[in-house]
Design a protein around this ligand. Sequence first.
Ligand SMILES: C[S@@+](CC[C@H](N)C(=O)[O-])C[C@H]1O[C@@H](n2cnc3c(N)ncnc32)[C@H](O)[C@@H]1O
Length: 326
Amino acid sequence: MIANFVNREQQALARHLRHSIPQGIIPLQHAMERGWRKAARHGDWPRWAQAIKQLPHGQGHVLDASNDIVCLGHAHPDQDLIRRQLLELHPWRKGPFRLFGVHIDTEWRSDMKWRRLHADLPELRGCTVLDIGCGSGYHLWRMHACGATAIGIDPTPLFAAQFMACKRATPEAGVFYLPIGIEQFPDLASAFDAVFSMGVLYHRKSPIDHLEHLRALLKPGGYAFLETLIVEDCEDRCLVPVGRYAKMRNVWFIPSPSVVETWLARTGFDEIRCLDITPTTSDEQRRTAWMRFESLSDFLDPDNPQRTIEGYPAPVRAIWRARRCR
Ligand SMILES: C[S@@+](CC[C@H](N)C(=O)[O-])C[C@H]1O[C@@H](n2cnc3c(N)ncnc32)[C@H](O)[C@@H]1O
């Protein structure tokens, strides 16, 4: 199944990029193949693949990603069957989706993040965009609904399997997924009209290298959308957690807004604009039937929800739009 899927995706990718990034087709096809083959070596892959195989294929290409719930595929008459297969891909973190008629109420209301930046998107019609750390790919579909060819990368095999389930409903869509990390992404200088890095910066050991990488991938004049955890502080300050932050092991730097803006300016961006600062609440991140593990309320101090369980400031996230200097 994986070989056929990758083959179809590679061909579709070539069709979609032949005018916009012709030089990127071969390197992206190779990275795509390597990424999917690696994802398919995950111990749970046979179970996930078996579940995906039970889903309808194609079937009328229903795709409506212009609203909060991304709807993919016709409603299937046997909703219980579809729900059972999709639950094999638990935990569903980023969404919400309606897939073959089944509503996937994910841990995160990713539509809330999209709403915070939507009004500040540049014209995306005919553009090629990259979403680094795209999770299940929820925002890729929203970008596609704005007219873009959307490419997402994420190294977590389960999220790739979730994307594969989504793509089954709309195999022809110009939405592509490479199960790789940013460090494995091919060297495609000045290729993308817009690059999104949302929820990734604080996982990087070298945030400045990450911003330089975003800049290099953008066309001159293209826009980066950067979303990160921040500390609300007017000073130039950066929290480096000792050990875990909100039970996450891999959080390195949580900057104040002014630090983010200095980093962006020093890595070659201008028109730097903070679009939003919002504390994360359980309206946006919570346990659901589709994500039964711990969620936000378990990561906060039960006696003081302004603090994480480790005693750090509770999660606040901010979004910037910044232009690559020409
Ligand atoms: C907090 S989630 C953000 C998901 C999505 N971008 C959003 O904003 O809702 C971070 C994502 O980054 C992915 N990730 C972790 N390390 C990465 C890397 N080296 N390159 C790209 N993505 C990475 C994780 O697998 C995870 O899906």
